[in-house]
Write a protein that binds this ligand. Structure first.
Ligand code: AMP
Ligand code: GLY
Length: 445
């Protein structure tokens, strides 16, 4: 059961928020929520070693996989709103359990999280609603997939149906590579995520990330963002969770956004409603701008990481109330969300060996801290028993910075990054190459 606005006392009681998750995205959400008006306390569970560094948030060491403990902590800390960051707990029904305990939650129930957790479910929804996407074929066995490939005789994109931490997709260049990717998935490379697969036509064009905040019936859009998925400069190397981002995406002007809203976002929400899904959370649409118009590459049921870090500094102080209104199914009661008309840049610093086998346990030292136009959001970082900050995962942190234009924003971000050190620090110097006058000097000074 989801609480309704009239059952509660309204927005004035929104004072204490819990963000669930342990990444840079959750630290950025926590930071933005502490800056929202009237907010007294923001907790992040389980958070990471950087949750209490400069963000104004408090860390609660409770895992997202422990709904009972989270509910207990919400009651004890008088939490008014829970914001769930990552996809895995959403797909496992964490939002359902918190709602059953009568907590207002921003984040879809397990049925809505299928948008991301099952590519087959999402593709079917798009087909039913006439939403533009790449042509595709489902396969439940290796034989079935190979026979589709033999008929088509061209390289295809191979996707695991289930969640594979952003790694279950191969954009193959040859028929041989398509075959290998099919075999890998059916032989369990991504466990049960690959027991069903989708084969997709390869499409081309720049990619943008669109974020709709939905209360189940209505939505508002955040500024669009552009991610950099590949590990290496020049968009080379393996796919990662994202090595950097910028917002707003220069490719999306007001008219384009209107087109996307009409052709993709509205029909998606309608199709969810037809399936009986009361979707209160983010609909993140990964789009490719092809020569025949925008097409959906994927849906996610959460904010993008690192797009979220990039967007949060642009978002106004109404943010907490807007998420609360979504959680209560009453977006129309929220103040309109203001956004700053500046440019935001985000560069991720990863551990060497990311994404395959990131190096860990190296001390992180910083000669910088938060500034008016620069933020540090830690992700793969943990404190040891002496309170020293050590690397603990692939993407260690991200630096975001803002400026009146992208040159200035990226210059600030790279300047901040040059003051952060850990062994094997790995980052792309060309993030935002699409929108800045690239100069090596800018990115290394
Ligand atoms: P996904 O996890 O579905 O977002 O896919 C990861 C990345 O693979 C995307 O960001 C695209 O760069 C690429 N990709 C996915 N589907 C396609 C497609 N049909 N055609 C071309 N590239 C794709
Ligand atoms: N940055 C891409 C994602 O969050 O899936």
């Amino acid at each position: 059961m989801q609480p309704l606005l009239q059952d509660l006392k309204g927005f004035p009681q929104l004072k204490r928020i819990l963000v669930v998750g342990n990444g840079g995205r959750e630290n950025a959400l926590g930071w933005a929520l502490t800056r929202s008006r009237n907010i007294e306390k923001v907790f992040v569970a389980p958070g990471n070693g950087g949750t209490e560094i400069g963000l104004g948030c408090l860390q609660l060491e409770i895992e997202a996989t422990n709904p009972e403990k989270l509910i207990e902590a919400c009651k004890k800390n008088q939490i008014d709103l829970v914001v769930i960051g990552p996809e895995a707990p959403l797909a496992e029904g964490l939002a359902d359990k918190l709602r059953a305990a009568e907590l207002p939650v921003f984040g879809p129930n397990a049925n809505g999280a299928q948008l991301e957790a099952s590519k087959e479910w999402a593709k079917n929804l798009m087909s039913e609603a006439g939403i533009p996407t790449a042509n595709h074929w489902h396969a439940n066995t290796e034989e079935e997939a190979i026979s589709i490939l033999n008929k088509l005789q061209r390289p295809l994109v191979v996707k695991a149906d289930g969640l594979a931490a952003g790694k279950g997709v191969t954009v193959s260049e040859s028929i041989e590579e398509t075959k290998r990717a099919i075999k890998d998935l059916f032989q369990g490379k991504y466990g049960s995520a690959g027991s069903k697969i989708i084969l997709e036509e390869k499409i081309q064009g720049p990619e943008v990330s669109i974020f709709a905040l939905s209360d189940g019936k209505n939505f508002i859009l955040l500024p669009s963002a552009q991610d950099h998925k590949r590990l290496k400069e020049g968009d080379k190397g393996p796919n990662t969770g994202g090595m950097g981002a910028y917002a707003p995406a220069a490719l999306i002007d007001t008219n384009k956004l209107k087109e996307i809203e009409a052709a993709i976002i509205k029909p998606t929400l309608k199709a969810l409603n037809r399936k009986g899904v009361d979707y209160r959370g983010v609909i993140y649409v990964g789009l490719m701008l092809t020569s025949s118009g925008p097409k959906v590459i994927e849906y996610n049921c959460r904010f993008g990481d690192p797009e979220c870090q990039t967007l949060m500094p642009l978002i106004g102080e109404e943010f907490a109330e807007v998420l609360y209104a979504c959680a209560l199914g009453a977006l129309e009661k929220a103040p309109s969300l203001s956004t700053k008309n500046i440019c935001s840049a985000c560069v991720v610093a990863a551990a060497s060996g990311y994404p395959e086998s990131p190096r860990q346990n190296d001390p992180i030292t910083t000669e910088t801290s938060f500034e008016e136009n620069m933020q540090i959001f830690y992700a793969g970082a943990q404190k040891n028993t002496n309170g020293e900050l050590l690397t603990s995962g692939g993407r260690v942190l991200s630096i975001t910075a803002q400026g009146k234009n992208f040159d200035e924003a990226f210059k600030n971000a790279y300047k901040g990054l040059s003051k952060i050190h850990f062994e094997g620090i790995t980052y792309r110097r060309d993030i935002g190459y699409q929108v800045r006058k690239f100069s090596k000097q800018d990115s290394s000074n």
